[in-house]
Design a protein around this ligand. Structure first.
Ligand code: NDP
Length: 452
């Protein structure tokens, strides 16, 4: 049977674009891709990229205070949000153009429409056109979810935060995950009175508990107001903002409320259930190790599968899919030991297990040190750095590495190579320190602080 396309990708985010491009590089492979919104997806348009630029913008304010403390004669002015926003929009337009160009150059035929799956080998575009494809790849990503409470429609999400006409004076951020903690720090740095309400005991649940404490402490020292064990009951519109009420009856008003309460896979309305594709209780498309769904002609990668929801992982899943389906080289996706960074202020880089998970797995030694780094202790800043290694007592392998410091994201990328290679504590120790740096502590921790 002949098909219109060898591969049709639904979704033009990081994972979908990479898979489409790489598949199309093989001469003769016909690839189509449909995207209903902007090319680049969450990461480029409404996630990692604009977020990181906002992180950069927000760190100039403390940097100016630090410069003054070092002796610079400068005066910090106001942050011009609209000037920043217009630069940001131009940059995102540029990046979207880059993505479109990459697809064009690789010979992928793009369709700027929503697409649904109308059969095991058929996709239908919103304009009514239908195409056949030997393989269909779902790369539709995820979408912010908001709590089911009265007035939730008044809250913005991370989708809208980049497009505000003005920064609020006082914001409530609901949630305690990556997005909530990152934006609390960003907005605080930009001069907004930032409040974070989280329903659990400590933010960043699931990460190393000691590290979470250090992050939360650092956020608060910088000015973020964190309240834990607090649940929102409703949001009401008032004349000059929004009034929120928690389940204990406490009321407060804010200029803006942002919900950063998780993301839901974009699997709805694609016609998948009718085809016998399994969708789990959270909306994730179920796939095997090769990203194949229960229907052999349909694969899924990235956040729509809710495995590890990070851009570089979606890209790897896309590459593994192409190896498997188009290169005759079945390649499962390796989801182990993925380094990542939370761009909180202070920044947190991590790979491997938390102390809690490591000690549940096997007997461990904990090497950890907290200290005030040279550059900020010089000016009396209370900022604390954490370097922490979790080491298997049996194999001496480093099972987890946690860094909280300026540049922790950059550091964990490097430390991650060693951890992924299976380095032992003694391998770390054999490396000569780079002095004076913060990360030298990773190779100079002599004795465990505890065994567990
Ligand atoms: P997370 O799953 O990280 O956090 C969601 C937060 O919202 C949790 O604190 C959760 O609480 C809370 N929550 C969930 N439902 C409710 C509710 N109904 N009422 C009140 N609170 C609620 O999601 P994010 O939206 O922060 O991020 C989504 C994903 O995006 C992340 O998992 C990550 O993979 C990715 N991401 C990665 C980044 C990075 O690599 N730097 C940056 C941003 C996002 P509880 O803990 O109790 O469940």
């Amino acid at each position: 049977m002949s098909f219109d396309f060898d591969l049709f990708v639904i979704g033009g985010g990081s994972g979908g674009v990479r898979a489409a491009r790489v598949a199309a590089m093989d001469d003769g492979t016909k690839v189509g891709l449909a995207e209903e919104s902007r090319y680049g997806g969450t990461c480029v348009i409404r996630g990692c990229v604009p977020k990181k630029l906002m992180v950069f913008a927000s760190t100039y304010s403390p940097a100016m205070d630090q410069a003054m403390a070092y002796g610079w004669d400068i005066k910090a002015g106001e942050f011009d949000w609209l000037a920043f926003r217009s630069k940001l929009e131009k940059e995102l337009d540029r990046l979207e153009g880059v993505y479109r160009n990459l697809l064009k150059k690789s010979g992928v035929k793009t369709f700027d429409f929503r697409a649904t799956v109308s059969g095991p080998n058929t996709v239908r575009l919103a304009d009514g056109r239908e195409f056949t494809a030997k393989t269909i790849l779902l790369a539709t990503g995820g979408w912010p979810s908001v709590p089911n409470i009265p007035g939730a429609e008044y809250a913005i999400t991370s989708n809208e935060i980049f497009h505000l006409d003005a920064l609020p004076e006082r914001i409530l951020i609901v949630g305690g995950g990556y997005i909530a903690c990152e934006f609390a720090g960003i907005l605080n740095g930009l001069g907004v009175d930032a409040h974070l309400w989280y329903r659990g005991k400590q933010v960043l649940r699931g990460f190393d508990a000691e590290a979470c404490d250090v992050v939360a402490q650092g956020m608060q020292e910088r000015g973020v107001k964190i309240l834990t064990e607090i649940n929102l009951e409703r949001i009401e519109k008032i004349s000059d903002g929004f009034q929120v009420t928690d389940t204990q009856g406490r009321q407060e008003s804010f200029d803006l409320v942002m919900c950063a309460t998780g993301r839901t896979p974009n699997s709805g309305g694609l016609g998948l259930e009718d085809l016998g594709i399994n969708i789990d209780g959270l909306g994730a498309v179920e796939v095997d190790d090769y990203s194949q769904t229960a229907l052999p002609s349909i694969y899924a990668i990235g956040d729509v599968t809710n495995r590890v929801n990070l851009t570089p992982v979606a890209i790897r899943e896309g590459m593994a899919f192409v190896e498997t389906v188009f290169k005759g080289n079945p390649t499962p996706v390796d989801h182990s030991l993925i380094p990542s960074a939370v761009f909180t202020q202070p920044e947190y880089g991590t790979i491997g297990l938390s102390e809690e998970d490591a000690r549940d797995q096997e007997p461990i030694e904990v090497y950890a040190t907290t200290f005030r780094p040279m550059n900020t202790s010089f000016i009396g800043d209370p900022q604390i750095v954490l370097m922490k290694l979790l080491v298997s007592q049996a194999t001496r392998r480093v099972l987890g590495c946690h860094i909280i410091a300026d540049g922790a994201g950059e550091m964990i990328q490097m430390a991650g190579i060693a951890v992924k290679m299976g380095a032992t504590k003694e391998d770390f120790d054999r490396v000569c320190a780079v002095h004076p740096t913060m990360s030298e502590e990773l190779v100079t921790m002599k004795s465990p602080v505890r065994k567990a």
